[in-house]
Design a protein around this ligand. Structure first.
Ligand code: ARG
Ligand code: ZN
Length: 876
């Protein structure tokens, strides 16, 4: 029986008993161990109520403590106490210097938290609680200190030595070694500390801030990746300009560095002045990177840059406040991407992700508010809810306040809290104080979990010309919260007349934000001359599920007339959902499937209308995904969902093949690759047309895909063709080009990741065997999170039909991998559990098998806190 890990509660928060004013670190990187010498200037926190408590520092059990001294007095073993996770010293003065020497083993660090080696280079990941794996410290975000860091290492193997802030001294040392000292003048919590040592190449540029300060920009990577750094540099400079223009925020150090590493648990990390990035979020080149990859680089570079203010200058008081920096920063990077590319496309992509992954999380055993009340392992709370729903909550504040008041609020927030560690409530308070708008009920979004549901009905009084919308809200129970109070929800609406025009509303505009605060509320519109068709929740103004009894003809009408681009797409989605759900019922009843020809007609109209926003056409013509259809189901029938969606795609493809061929040819222009919105839209539409055409099963369409594969001069077109052939019944052709593709790209890990993922997500029979074989392939490495994500998550999350195979083989396979990874890398192991946490959503036979695998993980021996938390909550 494994020991029960401890639960940490927000209500137990207390200010730190000690503060660290100055942190001096010296790292001696040796062949198999690293010596960490820390000199901390500590003082009792005058705000702490306990006046003579012992000093308790966090420190991982694997730290080897070599020396402890207080004010230059070396402590004997009876003067301090070492426990599994801490170091305590009694009777310390109110002000003193603590020195420690510890030994750590970065080569054995497979958890990739703290200091570790990735492909021969040293790097760190300290958020959230990784610093305690480096040395003994007050490892909590409300302890902010100025840092000086000296790194000493072999000069030939590690010519580049980096840390936060500015380099202030350097020199040679005995034995072909050298050292560099860095000084970061901005007080920061330990989670923002970073160190890098390696044989790295870099590109350099300059940026002049609005106030005329010059900043050196450097991006580091392995020599062979030097040609893949330009796009990140361009994105960085755009982000810096945007944050000045939109938020009035300037960069504050003389140097900004980004380092690319191949072994990384997450996307990237905003360490002060020294961002560390997963290669997948920084490297970009047309030959190796898809359009989606380019956009990810732009978005993540911006995200980490924006953290310099929303996260670093103003940080979190404790980890329950994580969404303070993450929700706000995701909102900021989403608006940046919207300004750089197509705003509507960006919104569609974000909402799609939210409605599949986040809504599912909010309906499952790990559901939590964006400010959780408790956790066992904070790493488990870097979630869709904290990030994506958190961003939606900030977006709702923006909607309720308006752009101008929101900017006043953010100015006040940054000014009031610069240099502080604060709470989400401080953020809301600043928004309230600056705008004068009451957000007291709105604060429930921070404490209540679950996705609210709004049922909408309407009445039209022709004689009075009054139209009324009746909105009823409810929110399903989530773990620990059976009853919910009504939320304050901004519902953006427009009303369309018969000819498709927007009606003028009482606010003198064509869109109005209704503020839903009661469980049930009526909103009336006067001088409405005909019964309108409502356009509800424009731009997805709140993270809710909204139901209104649209007729299919209404949806077709909205698809072509709604002035809100997002809702035109939404109408197409709703039409698709309605038709697919009905067909799923027919399929389950064993009836013949017949497609409603209104969908075909609507798709034909969109395909042939050149006046439409081309960036949106491929989005509108993409049927609701299997993941979204699953999320909408009470009981998920994976096979029916897959079969019916395939049927609809094939039927549409056959009926529209001449139009699709025309679109393909029109978009198949040869031009120099550029990752701009217009060219991205053209490639997306071309590849969408190809995906339909492939489903006709006509040999000439296979030829078309193979020609595109052979002729492509960019990864977007090449990968799209590869995926379509691999996921088709043409197994022989697939085998040939998979082999060809691998031989061409085997030295590009990020391309190989996609090659793995395409095979793992193949819905054809036999995918699990392929995955098992690929785990033995030279390109696979269980210690590399990108490889695990591509192959194992590629199977468990992107291949529902095979993962949910009725013989239970998919579940068994996943559980085996989780058990193995639990020791190697708990964070990655814990993420892999997600598909199994959803067991209650499946039919009884599958439920039983999924539960059994969760139980098998539970009983498999000593579990990490990470895996224990997710598995035990799923079984509860
Ligand atoms: N703060 C990083 C970001 O930009 C993510 C760090 C994730 N760390 C973790 N241990 N899960 O979003
Ligand atoms: Zn972030």
């Amino acid at each position: 029986m494994p020991q029960q890990p401890q639960v940490i509660y927000l209500k137990d928060y207390q200010v730190p008993e000690f503060l660290i004013e100055k942190t001096d670190l010296r790292f001696e990187l040796q062949a198999d161990a690293t010596l960490v010498k820390a000199r901390l200037q500590i003082r009792r926190n005058p705000q702490s109520l306990s006046k003579n408590s012992a000093l308790v520092l966090q420190g991982d059990k694997d730290l080897v403590l070599c020396r402890v001294a207080v004010n230059d007095q070396v402590l004997a073993e009876q003067d301090y106490r070492r426990s599994e996770e801490s170091l305590s010293i009694n009777d310390v003065p109110d002000v003193f210097v603590l020195e420690t020497v510890t030994e750590i083993y970065p080569d054995q660090n497979t958890a990739l938290e703290g200091l570790y080696r990735s492909d021969g280079m040293y790097c760190t990941q300290c958020e959230a609680e990784g610093f305690r794996r480096i040395t003994f410290y007050l490892d909590r975000p409300d302890v902010m200190s100025v840092f000086t860091t000296t790194i000493e290492a072999d000069k030939a193997a590690y010519p580049v030595l980096l840390s936060n802030g500015n380099p202030v001294a350097s020199g040679d040392a005995d034995g072909d070694r050298h050292w560099v000292t860095w000084e970061d003048p901005f007080p920061k919590p330990a989670y923002l500390f970073a160190l890098v040592a390696g044989d790295l190449a870099f590109i350099e540029d300059r940026y002049v801030t609005g106030s005329g300060r010059e900043v050196t920009l450097q991006i580091f990577a392995a020599e062979k990746d030097l040609d893949k750094l330009d796009y990140a540099m361009i994105s960085l400079k755009k982000s810096m300009r945007w944050d000045e223009e939109v938020y009035g925020r300037e960069y504050d150090l003389d140097i900004y560095m980004i380092v690319a590493v191949d072994f990384f648990n997450m996307g990237a990390m905003e360490n002060k002045g020294l961002n560390i990035f997963n290669t997948s979020c920084v490297l970009a080149h047309p030959e190796t990177t898809t359009d989606a990859g380019f956009q990810r680089v732009e978005g993540v570079v911006a995200h980490e840059y924006f953290h310099n203010w929303s996260g670093n200058r103003v940080t979190c008081r404790d980890w329950f406040q994580l969404s303070l920096k993450e929700g706000f920063t995701v909102f900021r990077d989403a608006e940046f991407s919207a300004d750089m590319n197509s705003r509507t496309v960006k919104r569609v992509e974000d909402v799609s992700l939210l409605r599949t992954a986040q809504f599912a999380e909010d309906a499952g055993p790990m559901a939590h508010p964006i400010r959780p009340a408790s956790f066992i392992e904070i790493s488990n709370f870097y979630t869709m809810t904290i990030y994506e729903k958190g961003a939606e909550v900030v977006r709702m504040i923006h909607t309720l306040l308006g752009a101008e008041n929101f900017r006043k609020g953010s100015d006040l927030y940054f000014e009031r809290h610069d240099g502080q560690a604060v709470t989400t409530d401080d953020f809301v308070q600043a928004m309230e104080d600056a705008s004068g708008i009451d957000l007291s009920q709105f604060r429930l979004w921070y404490s209540q979990a679950g996705t609210p549901v709004i049922d909408v009905s309407d009445e039209y009084d022709a004689s009075q010309q009054i139209y009324t919308l009746i909105l009823k809200q409810r929110c399903p129970a989530t773990p620990g919260q059976s009853e919910k109070a009504p939320f304050h929800i901004p519902v953006s609406v427009g009303l369309l007349g018969k000819s498709g025009q927007d009606m003028m509303l009482s606010n003198g505009e064509t869109t109005q934000v209704l503020e839903l605060k009661e469980a049930e509320q009526r909103f009336s519109f006067t001088e409405i001359e005909e019964k309108p068709i409502p356009s509800l929740l424009r731009s997805f103004s709140a993270p809710v599920k909204l139901h209104y009894g649209y007729q299919r003809d209404d949806l077709v009408f909205l698809m072509s007339h709604d002035s809100d681009g997002f809702n035109r797409w939404e109408a197409a989605q709703k039409l698709g959902v309605d038709i697919l759900q009905e067909l799923i019922g027919e399929y389950q009843a064993g009836n013949e499937l017949v497609l409603d020809n209104r969908l075909t007609a609507a798709y034909r109209a969109v395909l042939t209308d050149l006046s439409l926003d081309q960036a949106m056409v491929s989005k509108v013509l993409t049927l609701p995904t299997e993941a979204y259809l699953s999320e909408l189901s009470d009981i998920i029938d994976v096979d029916a969902i897959h079969a019916v969606r395939e049927f609809v795609i094939k039927t549409l493809a056959e009926a529209l093949s001449s139009e699709l061929i025309a679109v393909y040819d029109r978009c198949n222009v040869s031009e120099k690759y550029a990752p701009d919105a217009t060219s991205i839209a053209r490639r997306a539409l071309k590849n969408l047309a190809l995906s339909y055409l492939m489903k006709t099963g006509k040999p000439e369409q296979l030829e078309r895909a193979l020609t595109q594969f052979q002729d492509a001069d960019n990864m977007t077109d090449s990968m799209a063709a590869l995926a379509l052939v691999v996921h088709s019944p043409y197994a022989k052709a697939a085998e040939v080009i998979l082999e060809q593709f691998y031989l061409r790209w085997k030295n590009e890990p990020l391309v190989v990741n996609q090659w793995l993922s395409v095979q793992a997500s193949n819905p054809s029979k036999g995918a699990l065997n392929t995955v098992k074989q690929l785990m033995q392939h030279e390109s696979f490495n269980m210690r590399n999170p990108n490889k695990v994500r591509s192959l194992i998550s590629g199977f468990s999350s992107l291949n529902p039909v095979n993962f949910h195979a009725m013989d239970g083989s998919g579940y068994r396979f996943l559980a085996d991998q989780i058990i193995e990874l639990n020791n190697l890398n708990p964070q990655i192991a814990s993420r892999l559990v997600t598909p199994l946490t959803r067991w209650k959503r499946y039919p009884a036979d599958r439920q039983g098998m999924m539960r059994e695998e969760l139980q098998r993980i539970m009983d498999s021996g000593e579990l990490s806190r990470d895996v224990f938390e997710v598995v035990s909550k799923s079984l509860a």
